[in-house]
Design a binder for this molecule. Structure first.
Ligand code: SF4
Ligand code: SF4
Length: 439
């Protein structure tokens, strides 16, 4: 037996931990096992818990080529028969966020495009093992009646064919009243991402309503109604804080607000992300206040560690669920006008449009096939340095394929110090007592 090349070794307050980036398992081991695996010593075979170490992927047979194993697992995910479709319902939005990258032209999906999408599902459902849909915009809930109608039909088609169906929505939360939330939940929407940027005053400045009025009160009223309702707690609401360098204090105050109002409910999670230049004109006013990378947020997050309850982590998610849909052969986005892309976040990015636009959905429910474009997203060669890197499974699966295509190489976690953020996430899990103990 040998130590897995995907082991990451951490010592914490005299205790010993190994995180395997391929199996996504975090294990506490005794000092002897730790040293033995770290130095790949011969006695690995005779260690206590050797069966468990193998089960959790920390040791493997000498004959296993782990790079091949990794590529095999990735290929299985890329070419699986799970449909991952993002539907951009509208380009319209009721907010005017200061950092929004989208050009608004107030256009929404037509009845014809809606019917074509349902027809596509109806015609192709037998090809798929599961269906996962992300409702996106602009603000998707401007089209809430259409979403509910489509979700109902898709649910019916999936139920008749015994294909599991779930969906998620990225919404600003303004129209997420109890009735809308209930209808979404009833039609298998289980994951909600809603942005709140710090305190009421900061949020209202960064994310105002199109009328110029604030939006914080309405969003939090909706969320508190949901939290206090008796609806079955099977959903996750991730509250995303987009962070600006100069306004750290406002986010700290928001964490207190979150703890007082939401942290006792596990359905509500927090995510912190830097506000970056995602394109568009309006963000240019904020240029001097942008945080460049997740790594730059580290000090801030560490400082607020005790306040940050219910933080969302994808550390334990499988390679399959971590990968962006656009990596996958059956992953694509349908825009409100029926055009079909690999990545919806780059629909307006002219630098990449020739590699992103697949074609369109037709009235009869067929979608143009474009093997050339698909292969740009599904088949990406690894650099030599990655073949011996213990972070490969995390770096590959959590990276953005669009950035990879634009920069012509994978965005290196090590070179960009993103490794620090990853190690910090593991340390947090250790502190919260979430490691599996083999001692
Ligand atoms: S921007 Fe990157 S991570 Fe986001 S959907 Fe597009 S390809 Fe995926
Ligand atoms: S890009 Fe960098 S961090 Fe990512 S797998 Fe390659 S060497 Fe490792």
């Amino acid at each position: 037996m040998k130590s897995s090349m995907y082991n990451v070794f951490l010592e914490n307050e005299g205790r010993h931990f190994i995180f395997n980036t391929l199996s996504s398992k975090l294990i506490e081991v005794d000092q002897k096992s730790f040293q033995s695996l770290k130095n790949n010593e011969e006695e690995i075979n005779t260690l206590d818990f050797s069966e468990e170490l193998e089960k959790y992927g920390l040791v493997t047979s000498e004959s296993i080529d782990e790079i091949r194993l990794f590529k095999h697992i990735v290929d299985k995910s890329i070419y699986d028969n799970n449909l991952r479709m993002t539907i951009v319902m509208t380009n319209n939005c009721n907010f005017r966020c200061q950092y929004c990258y989208q050009e608004k032209n107030n256009k929404s999906m037509s009845d014809e495009v809606e019917k074509s999408i349902v027809k596509f599902l109806y015609k192709n459902i037998k090809k798929y093992k599961s269906v996962y849909i992300e409702w996106f915009g602009g603000e998707p809930l401007i089209e809430k009646d259409r979403i509910i109608r489509m979700a109902k039909k898709i649910k019916e088609i999936c139920t008749e064919n015994r294909v599991p169906f779930i969906s998620s929505i990225t919404t600003n939360g303004y129209y997420l009243d109890m009735d809308t939330f209930t209808q979404l939940i009833d039609n298998n929407c289980i994951f909600f991402q809603i942005t709140i940027d710090g305190t009421k005053s900061l949020h209202d400045t960064l994310r105002p309503h199109v009328s110029g009025k604030g939006t914080f009160d309405k969003i939090t009223e909706n969320l508190l109604n949901i939290k206090n309702s008796d609806i079955n707690k099977r959903y996750t609401i991730a509250i995303r804080n987009n962070i600006l360098k100069s306004k750290i204090k406002e986010y700290e105050e928001f964490f207190d607000y979150f703890n007082e109002n939401f942290a006792d409910d596990n359905c509500f999670k927090l995510i912190q992300k830097p506000i970056k230049d995602w394109g568009g004109e309006s963000v240019k006013k904020l240029t001097n206040e942008l945080v460049d990378s997740d790594y730059e947020l580290m000090d801030f997050i560490k400082k607020n560690e005790k306040k940050l309850n219910n933080n969302y982590t994808d550390l334990y998610e499988s390679i399959n669920s971590k990968m962006c849909y656009s990596f996958k052969e059956n992953g694509f986005a349908i825009n409100w006008d029926g055009s079909v892309y690999k990545c919806n976040r780059n629909i307006e990015n002219h630098k990449i449009v020739d590699k992103n636009l697949i074609g369109e959905i037709r009235e009869n429910g067929t979608i143009d096939e474009n093997d050339m474009i698909n292969s740009i997203w599904t088949d990406k060669p690894l650099e030599q340095k990655c073949n011996t890197c213990e972070l490969l499974p995390v770096c590959f699966t959590s990276g953005c394929p669009a950035s990879w295509i634009m920069k012509k190489s994978m965005i290196c976690m090590k070179e960009n110090k993103e490794e620090q953020r990853f190690l910090y996430n593991i340390e947090r899990e250790i502190k919260e007592g979430n490691a599996i103990k083999l001692t």
